[in-house]
Ligand binder design. Structure first.
Ligand code: IPE
Ligand code: IPE
Ligand code: MG
Length: 246
């Protein structure tokens, strides 16, 4: 394993082979708060801090595409106050876009924006526009995202194209479906990291994770650290991927 010199940290033994796309399911905020006798929203606020820290580390390490699951299509069913608190944290984050620009990081949202309040939708569109020429790393933020919704949305786009006579049903290939998902243009997930001890995808990038390697840890997301990410990346480098071959 070669030594990889990171920009900010001293040195660290990281592998040369990094996943092209790392997905993070940011889970465990509520339990983190509960353990401390705090209200759940404080867990989300702490989780947002961890998100910034880990995103920074992804950049330092040299990852190209990273996706973070922030809010699922199913999370709307949570108590109103909790959803509201998450939305306010989201607003705050969206106001910090300059951070992304100085980091030369492009930001794209996965999921339909329609479900959000108008001011949030506008902020989302502005960030996508402002960072569209940033090319060192791409952050795919899954907000109001569901893998099933992603595939359904793509199916609708393709059906509309068939209806208009632009394509025939025979033209619908896996490649064409992928090109109509929210992640169009970005590689499939190579490495999926889920903290909090749950062993499931919870509707995150189900198509894109078809051949992903999974990394589960009991650490709750607010406690997830750059060192833990390094550990995971080293484990990834030692996995043997076959994609159905030998
Ligand atoms: C993840 O943490 C954040 C969101 C789903 C928005 P949770 O809120 O699911 O935390 P736990 O799983 O209840 O601990
Ligand atoms: C998945 O976590 C969604 C996000 C982390 C945004 P959940 O907490 O919603 O997943 P389940 O309900 O435990 O499967
Ligand atoms: Mg959870």
């Amino acid at each position: 394993m070669a030594l990889f010199k990171k920009k900010e940290t001293e040195t660290s033994a990281l592998p040369e082979v990094l996943p092209k796309h790392v997905g993070f399911i940011m889970d465990g905020n509520g339990r983190w708060a509960k353990k401390r006798g705090l209200p759940r929203p404080l867990g989300h606020a702490e989780g947002a801090k961890t998100f910034r820290k880990i995103l920074r580390h992804c950049k330092d390490v040299g990852l190209q595409t990273v996706s973070f699951y922030a809010f699922s299509t199913e999370n709307w069913k949570r108590p109103q106050e909790e959803v509201q608190a998450i939305m306010n944290i989201f607003r705050e984050y969206l106001d910090d876009v300059r951070e992304l620009l100085t980091e030369n990081t492009r930001m794209i949202f996965l999921g339909s924006k329609d479900a959000f309040d108008k001011d949030i939708q506008e902020k989302m569109l502005r960030i996508e526009e402002d960072t569209k020429d940033c090319n060192e790393m791409t952050l795919l933020l899954a907000a109001n995202y569901g893998g099933r919704d992603d595939i359904t949305h793509a199916a609708r786009i393709l059906a509309e194209k068939v209806r208009k006579g632009e394509i025939s049903p025979d033209d619908i290939t896996e490649k064409l479906v992928a090109e109509n998902l929210y992640t169009a243009g970005y590689p499939d997930v190579d490495f999926l990291i889920r903290p909090s001890g749950e062993l499931r995808l919870s509707n995150f990038l189900i198509w894109q994770c078809a051949y992903a390697e999974y990394y589960f840890t009991n650490i709750l997301w607010p406690d997830f650290s750059p060192a833990e990410l390094d550990k995971a990346l080293i484990e990834y480098a030692n996995r043997h991927r076959r994609f159905g071959g030998v």
